[in-house]
Design a protein around this ligand. Structure first.
Ligand code: SAM
Length: 466
């Protein structure tokens, strides 16, 4: 494991469960100490005697407005303009021209940035759309949603720090931002094309202004959810995505083994997901394979407020209903036991059994970097290099100091002919090792993973052109 498991007090364990039920987010063991501190601070702010009293009051629904304060503290808000620029380039070059053709009659585009944090992602899209000559005079709106209302309030104000705008090309920075002391204010005209709404992906319904979407960006949020919830969220998105629509996930996220209604389409530097049967524009949408959803409103309406009461786990409904509501929270076996089992199976060359154990580990804790690393290793062994890349990226997204994963990722990139990107990974390996900041995957002693010396040798060899 990259970090030793911390159990946390019973009250903190209960808080972890409440957060998972309410927001879908899994709090990894490594963050339990931090969560305890947060709960202590919140207890103090609410005039309660301590963490146990705080969690008790939250569970008893005695603090209806507390989730609004807690969520910003326990969710990850990392985002910046032009994050994963290759996706925006593909949207500009490939997706928009296709959509312009498909929507030439209505001259309307319906775009959703789900889990938009403080609005960096929808604003990046808005810059792209505003500069697209073919969209002049079109009606396009981006609906930008997040669970965190504080983040949405920040997005509406539109003030960003140096780090958030660091990747904005200079001409766009000059056109769309004004300096406000140390901050940058996003152009209010551009902000007015974005509709900021609260929406919790862990609960039905997804109240959006439209019942069909042309483009969905749902990046770097599924990674914090367990597989059953990931599957449910994607089934909702699939139902909303138009026949010509595309879904983009984060670079470290995949729908592999999650669902098969949408298929991944290779767009060169990145992937998008689309309906399996792509149809020419204007053709009727096939009957969705999921249970029919309730009618959706055509007019914009505010999303329902975040549930102030955490939902109680429901009994498992029959399959026809199950897809209309998020999956119940089930007690899943511990991630560490499953990973040990996976490593044992793999060492004994029982690949399928190892795969099942990794799958269970990821179901138990999707934010465990070692589980993604081992999943990548299994993909790698099976020659699924693209999938291995995604899993290794997921592991590194969650723990950037895993130097062995960087070596594996670097080797995958070399095999795919991306030498520049591979070299970047190997340079990072050397930097981590030189600074003593590296972390190893210690659980997998039997696997042929490079130790520090071998990783260093391999990195130097690659950087010398080997
Ligand atoms: C790492 S940020 C991703 C921001 C942006 N999509 C990107 O890729 O740069 C994750 C965001 O997901 C949001 N989030 C977490 N759980 C959520 C949920 N159940 N429903 C909606 N948003 C959620 C968090 O509040 C946070 O803003």
């Amino acid at each position: 494991m990259s970090q030793s498991p911390a159990e946390g007090s019973p009250a903190v364990q209960q808080l972890v469960a409440l957060i998972r039920e309410t927001t879908g987010n899994v709090i990894p063991p490594a963050r339990l100490a931090f969560l305890e501190e947060v709960a202590e601070r919140r207890a103090h702010a609410r005039g309660l005697s301590g963490v146990a009293a705080y969690v008790h009051a939250l569970a008893a629904r005695e603090l209806p407005d507390e989730w609004g304060s807690l969520i910003p503290l326990v969710t990850i808000k990392e985002s910046y303009f032009f994050r994963a620029p290759q996706q925006f380039e593909v949207i500009r070059q490939r997706i928009l021209p296709e959509l312009v053709r498909a929507r030439s009659a209505s001259r309307q585009l319906r775009i959703w940035s789900a889990a938009c944090a403080r609005g960096e992602e929808p604003a990046t899209l808005a810059m792209l759309l505003a500069d697209e000559p073919a969209l002049a005079g079109w009606s396009w709106t981006i609906v930008a949603t997040d669970l965190d209302e504080e983040a949405l309030a920040g997005a509406r104000i539109g003030l960003y720090g140096e780090r958030a705008v660091a990747q904005v090309p200079p001409d766009l920075l000059a056109r769309w931002f004004s300096r406000r002391g140390k901050l940058y204010e996003l152009d209010s005209g551009l902000r007015s094309r974005i509709l900021y709404q609260p929406l919790n992906l862990a609960h039905a319904p997804f109240a959006l202004p439209w019942d069909e979407l042309d483009l969905v960006l749902m990046r770097n949020v599924l990674i914090y959810f367990r597989r059953p919830l990931q599957r449910w969220v994607i089934s909702q998105v699939a139902r909303l995505l138009s026949p010509e629509g595309s879904l983009f996930l984060g670079a470290s996220e995949t729908l592999w083994q999650i669902q098969d209604e949408l298929e991944s389409v290779d767009l060169g530097p990145c992937f998008a997901y689309r309906h399996r049967e792509s149809r020419p524009a204007g053709e009727a949408r096939p009957a969705p394979s999921l249970a029919k959803a309730p009618e959706r409103p055509r007019a914009v309406r505010p999303a329902p407020p975040l549930p102030s009461k955490p939902p109680t786990p429901a009994p498992v409904p029959p399959p026809a209903i199950r897809e209309a509501s998020p999956p119940p929270i089930l007690a899943l076996p511990g991630v560490h036991e499953r990973l040990l089992e996976a490593a044992r199976e793999l060492a004994a060359n029982r690949i399928a059994a190892a795969g099942r154990a990794v799958e269970q580990a990821l179901a138990a804790d999707p934010s465990e970097p070692s589980a993604h690393a081992l999943e990548g290793f299994l993909h790698d062994l099976a020659g699924r290099t693209d999938e291995a890349l995604t899993s290794y990226r997921a592991a590194l997204y969650l723990d950037p100091a895993l130097f062995q994963v960087r070596v594996l990722l670097g080797d995958c990139l070399l095999r795919l002919g991306h030498r520049d990107r591979a070299e970047q990974q190997f340079r990072e390996v050397l930097t981590l090792l030189a600074g003593g900041r590296e972390r190893a995957l210690v659980l997998f002693g039997d696997l042929p993973l490079p130790d520090r010396e071998r990783a260093q040798r391999r990195a130097r060899q690659v950087l010398k052109g080997g």
